[in-house]
Design a protein. Structure first.
Length: 638
């Protein structure tokens, strides 16, 4: 694109600036902070306030205000970067900030180089067919601990193990860590993979400090959806855990709720609450959009309830003929649809509300290649369609009304369109060409699989519920993090569709996995027990349930019940190597060493390079008085 040529995004932003009204107080507060700087004795100047909190209900204009903040910052030679709900991890958040700052000629080179290594090594490890996933990842830590404990009971071997750094050995044997230590030889890379936030954040902050002559504004949009991911990290930065936050760095955190005073009051955030437009502001906004007929203006004010997003939508599609206004009725979305004269655009507005994410490929799949470019260009000019880091999406407020309208108008078309989209994402999954285990480690496949599941659930939530619970268990067996995302999707979809059974299961599964992480084992056991009683559970998945519940019983020191669950799991699936391994560990804890040895031997046959298993077997040999065999294994382990 030549320097003089403008992009569509440039034109959209220019149009938004020309029609922006209201929020004078918020804009002036932000401008004043950028221009009235505090000066140190050495001449360095920095803004007095570093933290702004924008909050208000959905559709009130938070994202629009953040875009105005971006424009103000850039007009004063500052640099900005913005996050939205597309990010799912803290390293991804830093990488997205770095990408946007690099586009403004402010490269975070130290962070970016290290993050590139992190992504490369992470991808290599996750796509390795030998990589531990889900339940199998639990083998390392417990077996390492047992091997060390039993090893100290063996003559000579126990003395040898006194030379081993027990803390680092056991701590490194947690989920993923033992595998990473075996696969990578570089100590720095091992720490990078196992502790990415601790390694990358200081580099990120140090690179920000190098931007000394410009104001840096980092914006966190839709914080209600990213708070659980980001909040602990942000508070750690402010507490100084990861290094120095430069004084010329400003944060703007925007969400539906005010930041918690319990966590944030000590940092004195500048509160910028947003309310609906006043009648004067709303009228001024409509006039700037070319809507001047008093009858049309009054109708839009009434239907929109002066919510900025709905005002903007109705102004885009509203007629100038008062007779048309009097004929229309219904919600703001229904009015908008009736006022869009082009039937192709009207249908597009409805159909593209169905997917959670939009891009050219999805639009082409819905409307055909011939018209997709022109229709997509029109759609992107609509105020309820937002650009995000992973594509485009409808604003939640409008999308919810669109979905309800379409489902009410034609349930059959609703189901058919969702089936079509599910088939599209199924094709995307197939194109990646990974086997059943490797796919659970591939982030692109995970994204497509979640979108495929969403549309399957929307097409027929009651019929798909049992299949989804089975799919959750497959995910749990392979990759617990992905299983958590799947459960959250179930809960959100059930909420969107007003399907209490689906929403209830999703919320129950999310809470159960969270309880497991918090060592609230009784709650996790209750969730697995409920899964055993659910309809449509297939035998291989029932085996997974018993194996997981057995593990939680073991962690809860209820060894007899753990053993019973492992027995059930192996009876249903004799090849369930994880259940066999965990039963062997349970036998060790019960000092039933001959039975433990049988199960550990079976597991080592499957995974002959797992040193933690070998150490555990050495300890079992020692406990049985078979010292020569114990020494062979201990020497191999050390």
């Amino acid at each position: 694109m030549s320097p003089s040529q403008r992009s569509r995004q440039d034109l959209i932003r220019a149009q938004q600036r020309s029609t922006f009204v209201g929020r004078v107080e918020q804009l002036e507060t932000f401008k004043h902070n950028l221009t009235h700087l505090l000066r140190e004795n050495d001449g360095f100047a920095y803004p007095q306030a570093f933290l702004f909190n924008v909050w208000g209900q959905g559709g009130v204009g938070k994202s629009t205000l953040l875009r105005q903040f971006e424009e103000i910052t850039k007009s004063r030679r500052g640099v900005t970067a913005r996050l939205d709900e597309a990010i799912v991890t803290v390293p991804e958040a830093m990488a997205e900030f770095a990408k946007q700052l690099a586009n403004q000629n402010q490269s975070l080179s130290n962070f970016s180089e290290r993050y590139k290594v992190y992504r490369q090594r992470r991808e290599e490890l996750e796509t390795d067919p030998d990589a531990p996933q889900g339940f199998s990842a639990l083998v390392g830590k417990s077996f390492a601990k047992v091997g060390l404990r039993l090893g100290r009971q063996v003559p000579i071997a126990g003395a040898a193990f006194d030379l081993v750094d027990e803390t680092s050995l056991v701590d490194s044997a947690g989920e993923w860590a033992a595998y990473v230590t075996r696969k990578l030889k570089n100590k720095d890379e091992i720490q990078l993979i196992n502790e990415p936030i601790e390694v990358l954040t200081p580099l990120f902050l140090k690179d920000l400090q190098a931007i000394a002559d410009r104001q840096i504004v980092l914006l966190f949009d839709t914080y209600e959806r990213t708070r659980e991911i980001l909040e602990a990290w942000l508070l750690e930065i402010l507490a100084g855990r990861h290094g120095t936050l430069p004084a010329n760095c400003i944060w703007v955190i925007a969400g539906r709720e005010q930041l918690s005073p319990n966590h944030w009051s000590g940092y004195q955030p500048v509160q910028l609450p947003l309310e609906r437009f006043t009648e004067e502001e709303a009228t001024q906004f409509l006039q700037r959009k070319g809507v001047t007929n008093p009858e049309v203006v009054n109708t839009i004010l009434e239907v929109s309830d002066r919510l900025p997003l709905l005002l903007a939508m109705l102004a885009e599609g509203s007629p100038q003929d008062p007779a048309q206004v009097r004929e229309a009725s219904g919600t703001a979305v229904e009015r908008f649809l009736k006022w869009v004269e082009d039937p192709a655009k009207r249908q597009l507005a409805l159909d593209t509300a169905l997917p959670q994410h939009l891009n050219r490929d999805v639009i082409a799949h819905l409307v055909g290649d011939a018209n997709s470019e022109a229709l997509f260009s029109w759609l992107k000019t609509m105020p309820f369609v937002c650009e995000r880091s992973d594509g485009w999406a409808y604003h939640d407020v409008v999308r919810g009304q669109m979905l309800r309208y379409q489902h009410r108008e034609s349930a059959n078309r609703w189901a058919e369109q969702h089936r079509t989209l599910a088939e599209y994402y199924d094709g995307c999954c197939q194109q990646i060409q990974l086997n059943d285990q490797a796919c659970y480690s591939d982030e692109t496949w995970q994204i497509y699989a979640l979108r495929r599941l969403y549309h399957r659930l929307c097409s027929h939530p009651k019929r798909e519920l049992s299949a989804t619970l089975n799919q959750f268990l497959d995910a749990l067996h392979q990759n617990r993090r992905f299983a958590q995302q799947l459960a959250a999707l179930m809960a959100q979809t059930g909420c969107d569709l007003e399907e209490p059974a689906l929403q209830g299961w999703g919320e129950r599964l999310v809470k159960g996995l969270k309880a497991y992480e918090d060592q609230n084992y009784a709650e996790t056991i209750a969730v697995f027990t409920a899964l055993l009683q659910a309809e449509g559970m297939e035998a291989p998945r029932v085996s997974i349930i018993h194996a997981w519940r057995g593990e939680v019983y073991r962690l809860n020191q209820d060894l007899e019940k753990a053993l019973a669950d492992y027995d059930q799991s192996i009876e249903l699936n004799p090849q369930n190597k994880q259940a066999i391994a965990r039963r062997g560990l349970t036998y060790v804890l019960m000092e039933r060493y001959p039975e433990a040895l049988v199960d550990v031997d079976r597991t080592i046959e499957i995974d002959p390079h797992n040193k933690d298993l070998i150490a555990c077997r050495a300890g079992i040999y020692g406990s049985m008085g078979r010292y020569p065999e114990a020494l062979v294994d201990f020497n191999g382990r050390i």
